[in-house]
Design a protein around this ligand. Sequence first.
Ligand SMILES: Cc1cc2nc3c(=O)[nH]c(=O)nc-3n(C[C@H](O)[C@H](O)[C@H](O)COP(=O)(O)O)c2cc1C
Length: 208
Amino acid sequence: MSRLLHISSSPRGSASESLQIAETFVDAYRHEQRDAEVETWDLWDGTLPAFGPPAAAAKMAVFGGVTPDGAQAAAWRAAEAAFARVDAADRLLFSVPMWNAGIPYILKQLIDVISQPGLVFGFDPERGYSGLLQGKKAAVVYTSAVYGPGRGLPFGADFQRPYFDDWLRWTAIDDVTSIEFRPDLATADADTGRRAAHAAARDAGKTF
Ligand SMILES: Cc1cc2nc3c(=O)[nH]c(=O)nc-3n(C[C@H](O)[C@H](O)[C@H](O)COP(=O)(O)O)c2cc1C
């Protein structure tokens, strides 16, 4: 049985474009996979641990082959628990608004918390990193309001999709479906792009 985890990083609730598109995706997925488990992790719900000095020290300790203790051990256990939530799903859906050309900081926080040696990645001094999340599929809903491909630098640059796509690839999740909604500013017609994004989400959800 498949388990789909929707990781949502917009704090805008019912006003959120990315969440609405993700809901269309999930509805289509549930319709096709009636026995699948579907869960949502709203990253703003307060359950994502901080990644501060003890967590960074714990990461470096583990990377160096040392077992963390004290506050570092507690931070390491919190990172393991957050990772376990993600790792329990074989299907991951991310809703990702563009924030200041990149991703919302709460999603970067998730990446910093769970990207740990022995959990998300392995490392070999000669061969470099190896992703440990083999066998998972991901779908990503990307939204922005000003940036769009081909609009030119005055409309911003894209460090959202290249960064997040690269993180997925780095974890070894290479089966990735992306849905973008970047409303057309020239015509001020957001509805056409919105409808297309929902249609793409419906199609992708059916076969996910
Ligand atoms: C804090 C913040 C920063 C944003 N930065 C950008 C940006 O750099 N470029 C852009 O095109 N849109 C930017 N936007 C607009 C959002 O990307 C856009 O409204 C998107 O649809 C939001 O997704 P959501 O509706 O799911 O929250 C920003 C919005 C917020 C709240």
